[in-house]
Ligand binder design. Structure first.
Ligand code: ZN
Ligand code: ZN
Length: 408
């Protein structure tokens, strides 16, 4: 489900509506663009119809995304869209159910009257819960990756009225409070400090308007040729390399390239990768010196295509492509997957690259990757009737697949 959020324009206070995964807000009243700069989970509240200054906000963890599980002989992937209690209070509903869909959420800020209960559940717990629902029975899971659209916190408002705890959305009692008991005594109250950082979408370097789509996580400055991503209360610059083309109609598709330090295996060079994954390629002497980069799509796409593209692009780094730092002014597919999310996929891409699973899968639990360096690479794809084709690398993407990824 896609959740919507109501937010006042940080510039003119006009009322705006955005999707949970949107980053760039364009105000229809004052035309000013703002960018959500927060890097961790976003915090939302479900607003109640009858305001209560003594509202108690109970946190729920929400996850929407794909879970990739590497088992001994295959990789499974499932889509999950769930919420779980973030505090151990048994009278609370076990999930938010349809409540967030029935209304527009708001960003939680310290200004909301009431108290916020401290989150006692760890972010990993929701992922473990999501993994449990996969129905993988009696099979050892060698590696799991959670590539999320959203891993956020949503607060459910509660009230105490007539000796009962009231669900502030349904306005119905959750439980009676037994005489002499203090239901929230064991849950800490948080001195609540999280807030959204809305940055003016202006280039930090030259002041020009930054460009992007509502769900773009990287914005571009066409004036000084730079790219920017969320960095908390300011933008942080992204290094971009572009392969130029003379084809005026070509669409530039973004990929993240990661250089990693591998622990648990020897995987420093491209030759190491080709050997380890048993590719049917004759190892060239220069590959022994070539530093390995893992490549992942920098856009949302179906899991099968995600793994296929990540694998094909990683293998095809043996071809040398021209590289420029000049970002094309048009025909750029937006970057909708942050590098921090893409980085979680690297072990799964390694597993998916393995021709002989026996040589890689048993090692997965031991392998750890530390990101040494990353950058964004834009490659031109030629448009044919149904497909986009990277001629030099022989990699194709179905046009429909790109559109699908936008509406996940
Ligand atoms: Zn405005
Ligand atoms: Zn600029």
């Amino acid at each position: 489900m896609s959740l919507s959020v109501e937010q006042d324009c940080p510039q003119c206070a006009g009322s705006l509506e955005l999707e949970e995964t949107d980053r760039l807000l364009r105000c229809s009243f004052c035309n000013v663009q703002s960018f959500l700069g927060n890097t961790g989970p976003l915090h939302f509240i479900l607003p109640r119809r009858q305001p209560d200054p003594f509202t108690i906000y109970a946190p729920y963890l929400r996850f929407k995304g794909t879970i990739y599980s590497c088992l001994h002989n295959r990789i499974e992937h499932r889509f999950a869209d769930i919420s779980i209690r973030g505090v151990k209070l048994s009278f609370l509903p076990i999930s938010l159910g349809l409540r967030p869909q029935a209304m527009k959420m708001r960003f939680a800020t310290p200004g909301f009257p009431g108290s916020f209960l401290k989150k006692a559940t760890h972010g990993d717990d929701i992922l473990k819960r999501a993994a449990k629902n996969l129905h993988i029975r009696d099979e050892e899971i060698l590696h799991q990756a959670f590539i999320g659209d959203a891993l956020n916190i949503i607060y459910l408002p509660l009230s105490i009225r007539d000796e009962a705890i009231i669900d502030g959305i349904l306005e119905s009692p959750l439980c009676q409070i037994p005489d002499g008991s203090t239901p929230f005594a064991d849950s800490g109250i948080e001195s609540y400090a999280w807030k959204p950082f809305f940055l003016s979408a202006l280039c930090p370097q030259c002041g020009w308007n930054l460009e992007g789509e509502p769900d773009s996580v990287v914005l571009f400055c066409s004036n000084c040729n730079t790219a920017w991503q969320a960095g908390g209360n300011r933008f942080s610059e992204v290094r971009v390399k572009v392969t130029p083309t003379t084809d005026k109609e070509a669409l530039f598709i973004p990929f993240w390239k990661f250089q990693v330090k591998a622990k648990g295996i020897k995987l420093d060079t491209f030759a190491d990768y080709i050997r380890m994954t048993n590719q049917a390629l004759v190892i060239q002497p220069e590959w022994e010196e070539m530093e390995l980069y893992f490549v992942s799509p920098a856009f949302k796409v179906r899991p099968n295509d995600f793994l296929r593209l990540g694998t094909q692009m990683t293998i095809s780094q043996r071809y040398t492509l021209d590289s420029s730092e000049s970002i094309p002014a048009k025909n750029l597919h937006p970057v909708t997957l942050a590098h921090s999310d893409a980085a979680k996929s690297l072990k799964t891409i390694l597993a998916n690259s393995a021709v002989s699973r026996a040589s890689v899968f048993p090692l997965l639990p031991e392998i750890e990757f530390e990101i040494k360096e990353y950058f964004l690479q834009y490659l031109p794809f030629e448009k044919t009737s149904h497909e986009l084709r990277q001629i030099k690398l022989g990699v194709t993407i179905n046009q429909r697949v790109l559109g699908y990824g936008r509406s996940l």
